[in-house]
Design a protein around this ligand. Sequence first.
Ligand SMILES: Nc1ncnc2c1ncn2[C@@H]1O[C@H](COP(=O)(O)OP(=O)(O)OP(=O)(O)O)[C@@H](O)[C@H]1O
Length: 437
Amino acid sequence: MAQSVFRLESLLETHEQPFVVIGADLRVIAVNRAWEAAFGIPREHQIGQPCCKQTGVCRHQHLFQTLEPYAGIFSADDGKESKKLLNVHGYPLLDADGRLYLGESQNLLHKSADEVHQTGMIGKSEPFLRLKAQLQQTTMTLVPVLLLGETGTGKELAAEFVHRHSMQARGEFVIADCTVFGEDLFESELFGHEKGAFTGASNNKKGLFELADNGTLFLDEIGELPFSQQAKLLRAIESGQFRRVGGTATLKASVRIVCATHRNLAEMVRQGRFREDLFYRLSVFPIHMPPLRERKQDIPLLVDHFLQQLSLMRGKPLAISRAGLIKLMQHAWPGNVRELRNCLQLAGSVCAGDTIQEEDIHFMRCFNESVQPITNGETEVIAPEQTAPALSALEQYEANFIASLIKKYQGNRKLIAAEMNISERTLYRKLNRLNLN
Ligand SMILES: Nc1ncnc2c1ncn2[C@@H]1O[C@H](COP(=O)(O)OP(=O)(O)OP(=O)(O)O)[C@@H](O)[C@H]1O
């Protein structure tokens, strides 16, 4: 039992974003360090507390009743005046005895100046220094920046860097994850809505664009934005003007746009899946994030950095043997820096002493996004249940593999993503694409 609690806690720590586990009695069982840092509440004050302070059926209770995973944008129920907006994914978890829990990742949608990553980006290799110089150049203007690169290469970190060094640094850094914007959600999440605009709109609500006024709006995975919504985004970016859903007033916001994608947007334009005008507007300043295999010189520095973090978490030093470091240098790192961090985290939790040995290091199976998901050029803007496309043999293989992990981990997306060495967001996209949701 002690071992499984230890494993659960170390797995929670591999999660970069705030994560909470809630029991069927609607009380908090565990939170990770990212959660403590985001809300400024030590875990010992949170564990055992009710999941929500408001009365009535909450999303957590609803999940325990229906066992249906959910995703959406909610404000934090942390008892503080300035409500933080969270992009939330919740799903049921089962332990080995069949007890039901709820796991919820809570990605902060906006970070104030002092919450934005202070540690900076680590590296000294030539590709890394070139990247940093390009990022520095963007800080002298307010033109949109497009970050292109594989999963785990540090696109979000780079977006924070651009914000932190820009003229808008005093404003908020607001994250909009385009993978969760369906046709319905996009407008009200991005531009807000007025009370009564649609069923469930019980209050006026600011959108992410408004929240990013005088700051930066980071549109993550811009390639996933539904085609039908792309013109609305373009209009708002060009004019800085927008209207809340159900509102008549034209509002204005001065927003610096930074986008990221692992997709080939130019190819999507050619296939008619991404608007050409939006593409040209966003790709004024395209920046390629080098994969870790092209900057292996940075591995020792990154290893030092992550070992320091792990030592702090453990409360005692953690080192790595020379043979262990060589093993890390020889790996191709398809999951990039995230994979390196997860690999060290797991090695640290299995190593017997204070030094990670070669045999403590295990590389995880990884499917990266180089598998081109859609070939007929139109499926992503069509409701999947009506027109689910036939999967290619490779996709079918991937779907079978993920289905076996879903079974193995009883649907726990965090564990599935950890085994596949991809972020939960990437897993979420794959589940949608492969009709596994
Ligand atoms: N140069 C770096 N120095 C230190 N940490 C890094 C660096 N690059 C990435 N990381 C760490 O690696 C992890 C993944 O980074 P990040 O989320 O920014 O990648 P990403 O490209 O946005 O991934 P995805 O496309 O899957 O969302 C984070 O924990 C981040 O802090």
